[in-house]
Ligand binder design. Sequence first.
Ligand code: SF4
Ligand code: SF4
Length: 289
Amino acid sequence: MKEILVISGKGGTGKTTITAALASLYRDIVVADCDVDAPDLHILLKPEITERETFYGGKLAVIERDKCTKCGKCRELCQFDAVSGSYDIDAGSCEGCGVCGWNCPEKAIKMVQKKSGESYISGVRCGTMVHALLDPGEENSGKLVAEVKKKAKALAAGRSSAILLVDGPPGIGCPVIASLGGADTALIVTEPSKSGIHDMERVINVAEHFKVPVKVIINKFDINRVNTGEIEKYLEKRKIEVLGKIPFSEKFDSALKQAKTINEFDPGCAEAKMVEEIKIRMESGSQAR
Ligand code: SF4
Ligand code: SF4
């Protein structure tokens, strides 16, 4: 089984639209949505949740009322102003550092697991989707990404599909690094804008640093053919394959409005055929001409 991680280095390149379109070409694939801060693959794949699990991303201090003498030590030491005047801990502010507990003279503070989000296994039209949602204001999305990937890999191991498709998080930070772990290919979706090129270069460097082979899809390639030429030259120099070039098309928006992928919306159209060709190249590793 090959794990293909679709990333972009930034939002708005059409990464999720393309991931969903590729997924919709399978009958029994496992798709993982690793954008746990702002997931949107569900808009197109409409998952029906079958299993949900609470995600504990860190620790939270809790004061045991019967032991507390209200001496004020914890309030004085907390750098995050998480202890109120009435000695309640604000779960949203507590960073779980444990300083209050170590210094409480009455040993009245215990550290408990803090709920930071949920992960889900769902049925989708093309198979199974593993996804998650971090609670508002919570951090540790890298840990939740790792959890989503672990579940997806376990599920994919028993499937007929030779591909595990992962919609990666945006940017180049901790969640992307977590999503690169174990990936066989980083499939980067870029667009021919100056910022798109810059973000593509940065995410290529991150993927190559972690020794994950890179391939590229140039989306909306015809909105700036000069920049597309620059991207192609750059990729040629770095010996990176272009798996496909997709033109700008209002059909993608029309499909989205009906919560369909382009291949479901109009399977015979040129854009859908291009996605099919990318799928074939993605599986075989051959380059677009
Ligand atoms: S340090 Fe311990 S005893 Fe003092 S106010 Fe905080 S919880 Fe209560
Ligand atoms: S664990 Fe750290 S952040 Fe949380 S209340 Fe105690 S000192 Fe403050």
